[in-house]
Design a protein around this ligand. Structure first.
Ligand code: ACM
Ligand code: ZN
Length: 765
């Protein structure tokens, strides 16, 4: 539905709007400033420019001097009155905000604090030619800046990116580049996930085996976790940061106004540490550093000696990281070992705890008390709510918004990172050629549409939402090129969410953002970033009205033409939706100046007997997996064969489904064919059976029940449900009864949680 609205918008855009607005759009500032006006003319910046800065704005000044030094430009110190470029303190400007005035005569940047001055400089940088981004490459003796008046400040105080260096290791220089991209986009927190089952990455002097042993695994899984049988590469893999490396990175981050939050995971994701020091676990068994992905049973045993270890580790961590937060993990800690450990069970009894969840809460509270006593605050993943929240903890809500809502209602600070909007390890395109990723589907537009403030919160509760963060888990990200591909351009959208603020008018704002992103790619080219470009993909939508069906094409950026052919006809320029009356294949391609750009789209529309009908559901799909709406189930378009997150698949969490189809007219039918996604690694299970109930014209009801069989080689369970009946089945009404798989059994990912059901097209023959 959204795509339909886009098209209407694009038509309006091309024939209205003040000139000034268009000019500012063409400027490619990301994140978009709160207010900007653009005037005719330019400021001419020569090789030397007189400059004056308030003395407390060192990071802004140093950044600019350093940035220009590569290019032959220099700033010449001058008095406040004499300088053409000045950075002035103004206490009336909001915290972290700035104002920037570029006139023909001068550049005046004002801020109340050093952060604001730094962000003003980042905006100024984005007004400069992109060639300045690479060393010694700017040949011109002068550059021109557009004339602007900008007032700007961030909507959220926490604007973050996360990086998992446990599954794959990224070296010091790569981390610095990552930080430099955060700074360009006015992000202020780097959440550095330093310990994992598959590798411990930070030198701890008191426990040398953490880097000698726990930083290396014998080999690594090849291909996807869901593939069977599992295969390994036979290559020892690992790496770590020395404390000297960390100091260097922390210092580098400070120059970019970024606070680093180190994450030391507990009690789960601890297999690498337990591999080095088996006494940290419940069993004392020798275990390897993990070589595959997922959640592992080896977790820290809450013994006094374990707390001593963790306090020692955290003491060294505190000495390295000056920020106020330490992330202590808390997610995905299976409790089986605790259930079978006499120490753990005694502790539960002696402390008067109810169960293992309360034992985890006891664990986290003890660590919090220690860290608070050292002047640090903890952040934990939303599982730290289970068994009771530690008194001063900040919650990072990842399994959805629910954890964040619960924490805010308890007056705890919250950082939003729900998987459905913030997991940049998910696929960003439906193209089958995309590089292997963990699963899911998170296109650019969905990140842009994220609102970190859940609707369920009142205005006063919303104040506890500090902001949001993009997360980058690296199971399927083996190198920096792939890291950049997954981060860009989604980080651009996230920076707008947290700085400019969530969009209140998606149809209007997203095409503008897409056009700015297209221009911003030039800066990323100059920086040598390996971004993903899906801006030139064509979207197709099925439109329906009173028994008639059309196929509609649209694209997001300006100035392009779509050409298509259907059922192998001659290629023609697309101008309006194509009527569809039979099963049809359509091939389309975007053109710029008569040259194809992007990738061709090949689609087929299966014109089955329910396509012209209506559908109703007893429950709504989960908001994260329902973007196509219920119509996606009878629109003639099949979902991807290996991505459940596209707009054709609908996901339902833990609930039984009842789907009613009303055909356009009484019709003879023979079969109802269904497909379910099956990805146990992502908690998605096909149901074990379902029923089809057909209401005949004479009032009789025919019910057929079908049993499904899982093929471990195939992520999909397909059933061709040929209907059995004594008489021809002529009907207008069909009801499908699809029970949820139920609770995920022990031994599987997500054990004890409700399973997801994912279903795509219901093909009625
Ligand atoms: C997480 O993704 N396990 C926090
Ligand atoms: Zn134990």
């Amino acid at each position: 539905m959204r795509l339909v609205r886009f098209l209407v918008f694009l038509v309006l855009l091309s024939c209205s709007g003040p000139k000034e607005k268009i000019a500012s759009q063409s400027m490619a500032l990301i994140p978009k400033p709160q207010e900007i006006t653009v005037s005719e003319g330019a400021f001419s910046w020569n090789a030397q420019l007189s400059f004056h800065s308030d003395e407390t704005f060192g990071i802004a000044k140093n950044f600019m001097v350093d940035y220009l030094s590569k290019s032959g430009y220099s700033l010449v110190d001058a008095s406040l009155e004499g300088a053409k470029f000045k950075i002035i303190r103004d206490s009336l400007i909001p915290s972290e905000g700035y104002s920037l005035s570029v006139t023909k005569k001068s550049i005046v940047l004002k801020a109340a604090d050093a952060s604001g001055a730094f962000y003003g400089i980042q905006t100024l940088r984005q007004l400069m030619p992109t060639d300045l981004e690479h060393s010694n490459s700017f040949p011109n003796p002068a550059m021109e800046l557009p004339l602007v008046q900008i007032s700007d400040y961030p909507k959220f105080s926490y604007r973050g990116m996360h990086l998992d260096v446990g599954r794959h290791f990224f070296d010091k220089e790569c981390i610095k580049r990552y930080l430099s991209y955060l700074a360009l986009l006015k992000m202020n927190y780097f959440h550095w996930h330093l310990t994992e089952d598959q590798g411990w990455r930070i030198e701890i002097k008191k426990y040398p085996k953490l880097i000698a042993h726990a930083a290396y695994r014998d080999e690594t899984l090849v291909g996807h976790y869901n593939n069977s049988p599992a295969q390994y590469d036979g290559q020892r893999y690992g790496g770590f940061y020395t404390q000297e490396d960390i100091k260097e990175i922390v210092e580098y981050a400070q120059k970019l106004n970024i606070t680093i939050i180190p994450e030391i995971e507990m009690p789960g994701h601890a297999q690498a540490a337990i591999s080095a020091y088996p006494e940290l676990g419940c069993t004392g068994d020798l275990v390897p550093v993990a070589k595959t992905w997922g959640v592992f049973e080896e977790i820290y045993c809450p013994k006094e000696s374990t707390f001593q270890f963790l306090e020692d580790v955290l003491s060294e961590v505190i000495a390295l990281f000056p920020g106020e937060y330490i992330h202590i993990g808390g997610d995905e800690a299976p409790k089986n070992h605790w259930k079978n450990c006499s120490h753990c069970q005694d502790l539960i009894r002696n402390e008067g705890l109810k169960d293992e969840h309360e034992l985890q809460s006891y664990f986290i509270k003890r660590i919090e008390t220690f860290l608070n006593s050292k002047g640090k605050k903890i952040i934990g993943w939303d599982e730290i709510l289970e068994g009771g929240l530690a008194p001063n903890a900040t919650v990072m809500s990842w399994r959805g918004a629910e954890g964040g809502i619960a924490a805010a209602k308890q007056q705890h600070s919250v950082i939003m990172t729900p998987t459905s909007y913030c997991y940049f390890d998910y696929y960003q395109s439906e193209r089958p050629e995309e590089p292997l990723a963990i699963g899911g589907f998170l296109p650019l537009e969905k990140v842009f549409d994220f609102n970190p403030i859940p609707e369920e919160l009142t205005a006063s509760e919303s104040k506890f939402i500090l902001g949001a963060q993009g997360n980058l888990w690296t199971e399927y990200i083996p190198n920096e090129k792939q890291l950049e591909y997954m981060v860009f351009p989604r980080i651009l959208a996230m920076s707008e969410v947290v700085w400019s603020g969530p969009t209140a008018d998606f149809q209007n704002d997203y095409p503008q953002f897409a056009n700015r992103t297209e221009k911003f790619f030039k800066r990323l080219d100059a920086l040598g970033v390996n971004y993903a470009n899906h801006l030139y993909e064509i979207q197709s939508t099925i439109l329906k009205d009173r028994g008639k069906v059309w196929y509609q094409l649209s694209t997001m950026t300006e100035g392009k033409e779509i050409r298509y052919s259907h059922n192998n006809s001659e290629s023609q320029v697309y101008t309006s939706p194509i009527p569809i009356g039979e099963t049809t294949t359509v091939e389309s391609q975007l053109y710029l100046n008569d040259k194809p750009i992007g990738f061709p789209l090949k689609d087929s529309v299966v014109f089955h007997k329910a396509v012209t009908g209506n559908i109703s559901l007893n429950i709504q799909p989960h908001p994260s997996y329902g973007s196509g709406g219920k119509e996606a189930l009878i629109n003639g378009k099949l979902g991807s064969e290996n991505r459940y997150g596209d707009s054709e698949w609908l996901g339902f969490w833990g609930e039984d489904l009842e789907i009613e189809l009303t055909l356009d007219a009484p019709t003879e039918i023979h079969a109802v064919n269904l497909r379910f996604f099956h990805a146990p690694g992502q908690w998605i299970h096909a149901p074990q059976h379902f029923a089809v109930r057909v209401f005949l014209e004479d009032g009789k009801i025919v019910t057929n029940k079908f049993f499904l069989k899982v093929d471990p080689e195939n992520p999909m369970v397909t059933l061709n449900g040929t209907l059995a009946a004594k008489e021809p089945i002529i009907t207008k009404k069909i009801v499908l009864l699809i029970p949820n798989y139920g609770t995920i059994p022990e031994g599987q990912q997500g054990a004890g949680n409700k399973a997801w059901t994912f279903i795509d097209e219901i093909v009625v023959e």
